[in-house]
Design a protein around this ligand. Structure first.
Ligand SMILES: Cc1ncc(C[n+]2csc(CCOP(=O)(O)OP(=O)(O)O)c2C)c(N)n1
Length: 198
């Protein structure tokens, strides 16, 4: 579906709706900046990993987690600008086909956190068309909040990786992730059951 038919939603609201759907200690990887600020604010949990500093790494990190723990659903949240820096990951994921991986793109059409410069997604690049062209057949724009929740439910029992793109407004992230990379890593590894409690 073309993104012109999609409602402009809010990242914190959409992230909160995602958290509300979780039942099985699913992992969530938040991308740089606003996606992980809103993940932190929507519901900090040990199965959340917060990418600090580098654009485009939420999906590659989530791919690794999905391959390492195939029985756990793994979500990844990324901004449109960050994904556009790292498009090769889409065809890599399409090739490896981790059925437990669900990618969510928060498309505000801007590099918001560095001053709202427009990204190519604001004019020429359609994220879902790029994903489909990279081999991810289960890629869709969410038409509105209810459609987003429906797409998440479908993706949670899908037999192949899924990508959901959401058109969002330019409201800043709600929270502020605590910048302690060692703690973030250790809590995440405990949350995934691969580290003993300290
Ligand atoms: C590799 C790299 N290049 C540039 C930056 C500077 N930078 C940090 S966030 C950001 C914009 C991110 O845009 P987007 O992913 O669309 O998220 P938004 O800020 O819109 O939520 C930029 C340019 C960076 N951190 N890493």
């Amino acid at each position: 579906m073309d993104n012109r038919n999609t409602k402009v939603m809010n990242r914190f609201d959409v992230t909160s709706r995602l958290i509300g759907k979780l039942r099985h200690e699913e992992a969530i990887i938040g991308g740089i900046g606003n996606t992980n600020f809103d993940l932190w604010a929507a519901g900090h949990r040990p199965q959340n990993f917060y990418m600090l500093g580098s654009m485009g790494l939420a999906f590659p990190i989530a791919l690794g987690v999905a391959l390492a723990q195939p029985d756990r659903r793994v979500f990844a949240l990324e901004g449109d600008g960050s994904l556009l820096m790292q498009l090769g990951v889409l065809s890599t994921i399409a090739t490896l086909k981790p059925k437990n991986l669900i990618m969510i793109v928060m498309d505000n059409g801007i590099y918001q956190i560095t001053g709202a410069q427009p990204t190519p997604a604001a004019s020429v690049a359609d994220i879902v068309a790029i994903a489909a062209g990279s081999g991810l057949a289960k890629s869709a724009w969410a038409a509105d909040e209810e459609d987003f929740e429906r797409l998440v439910e479908v993706a949670m029992s899908a037999a192949e990786p899924s990508l959901i793109a959401v058109r969002i407004d330019d409201k800043p992230g709600v929270g502020a992730t605590r910048r302690d990379p060692v703690q973030i890593r250790e809590r995440f590894m405990q949350g995934l059951g691969v580290r003993d409690q300290l």
